[in-house]
Design a protein around this ligand. Sequence first.
Ligand code: IVH
Length: 700
Amino acid sequence: MSPKELYELSKVYLSGNQNSDESVQIEELVKVLHFHEWKYAVQNSPVISDQEYDTLYKMLEALELKYPQQVKKDSPTQRVSSDLSSKFPTVPHLVPMLSLDNSYNLEDLEDFDKRIKKLTNIDIEKDLEYVVEPKFDGGSIALIYEHNQIARGATRGNGVKGDQITANLRTMRSIPLSAEFSNKGIAKAELRGEALIRKDIFQKVNAEREDAGQEIFANPRNAATGGLRMKDPRQTAQRGIEAFIYQMGYAENEAGENVMDQFETHFETIQLLGDLGFKIPAQETKVCKNIREVFDFVKQWEEKREDYPYEIDGMVIKVNNLALQDKCGFTSHHPRWAIAFKFKAKQATSKLVNVEYQIGKIGSVTPVAKIEPVALAGVTVSSISLHNEEFIVSKDLRIGDTVLVERAGDVIPYIVKSMDELRDGSEQKIEFPKNCPSCASKLIKAETEAAWRCPNTLCEGQALQRMIFHVSKPAMDIDGFGKSIVEKFYELGFIKSIADIYDLDYEKIAKLEGFGERSITNLKAAIDKAKQNPISRFLHSLSIHHLGKKASKLIAQEIKHVLELKEWNEERFTQIKDIGPVVAQNVIAYFNIPENVLLLQQMESNGVNLTQTEEDKPLEIAEDAPLIGKSILFTGTLMQMGRKEAQSKAEAAGAKNISAVSSKLNILVVGEKAGSKLKKAKEIGTVQILTEQEFIDLLD
Ligand code: IVH
């Protein structure tokens, strides 16, 4: 069968329309699942979601249960999938690394609970304790410690053997190089965990790769698993991968005897690992007294999944009592004492229907794919940015293609790839436009940049985007003045440039639907407030190419009035530490355009502040400031001020804010509900620990 036929056959099964003999169904499902395993594990490019794969897998499992004699030796249910790479030596795991069974709803969980109780002879009505922890979406790893030292690290591989990547794992600071296992009489232990990249670090890695002209990663998982397999461990180290440990697989004493029976529960082993210095999901884990509580907890997590700094694709539920785990045992595929609760799919396939082109605030033209709407992790997606022409070319996207879409790392959806094996010849090449979609000027492209740009400084499309940015939170932060209001006022001819925002005709606005007295008063107040903004915000709000928040701040420190910049040359700009020639040239170019200077003058006469404020001035730290030369960290909830406020107070008093507890930390300020950071600081012993009040007293 061709890939296209296998793909379509999967869709037939998924829609429940299969009507062949059940024995034929077994054969077909084996073939279909082989195909998807190969796409996923060998080619690294799945064409259906994990959830769809699981559905097909379960169909086959059910049929095989009904016809045990027909179970094929090569059935996907008879092995765990393989991702062996040839780059690293292969090593056997002490205990096979199995997969997990999946569940999607309360009923599945209740069935799981019943199965366990049956296996362990527990009364169905009685409570049974489970541990629930995140199901991390990264690359699984196994670590072996011998005589308190890390001896070996490996990937999961095919579950029986993995790639030996010790050198790469040793570079990860979340993995201790030594740990006092001997305190528990353990001479050799195997631990299981997941290597992950935090979502924000993933964004940074991708931004850097984009700048360097390298291909970007589709999701944090690919960035992490790719990072595990770097030939040069230093490159692994640079990627910012972390490892969470979620399982103690095995432990033996000097005599080689299994000593796992000293532990009563899974939770206890994880706590021990946390105490030994491993990164464990401590805050994220809950011991639940019954399956109903488990369900409530996983549902809570599904809600807050997007806010969690790491990618998770579900929660893992484990029988807490280790003796009961032993009683349950394993299938060839998964432990019977654990199950994954999978969240709604984040990947789906859809059809690329059209490409539209949007003009940005600095004139870049961004292609946007219009796709047939698909549900992704609870949100319907129909529009996806394609970044630039190069992205379209490198992915060889065509109109009419079936595309794999993913929402990961953040809320912005992403096209992972087009599935060219599903093409039938009717697909059309995407022709990038030669002219601006707004003003029809001929587009230009600098060699060093990825984007085509409209060079017309008076382009209306750009002006609109600049207004939208100008009022937004990172810029002038005009509360309640959102994108849709800007668009509406622009359409009605109320505003043509950012200067008009400060000279609105409120009588006209009052006639519009949705603008009552109250909302007009609020809008006026928000605009008046913005007029007093520091000039660092103002500079940033002008949409000058490359002039970001930080550079705006640095420049604002050096000028008494914004229009002074008219006289500045490149040398003057680059005298400022951290301001380079690119920023300098762009600001100079902006002030060389007479219309821009006029615009600024008009804004000033409309009441906008262009003069340096107290907030713009550089922080002057007195020689006798109380915290000079000290590093400081805040943890827990502060009651008298916000975290940001506390940090800037500390900075003003000469301290440097740092983000982690280590021997380099001088002061830890603890608020309410302080957790692991406080514990760690106490262990280090040299960290000065202050309450919020003590910190305030110190400043005074
Ligand atoms: S326990 C023997 N716990 O999910 C039990 N696995 O589909 C093995 N995973 O390859 C799994 N978070 O890498 C367990 N908290 C967690 C997990 C977890 C992620 C991964 C694991 C495995 C896959 C199973």
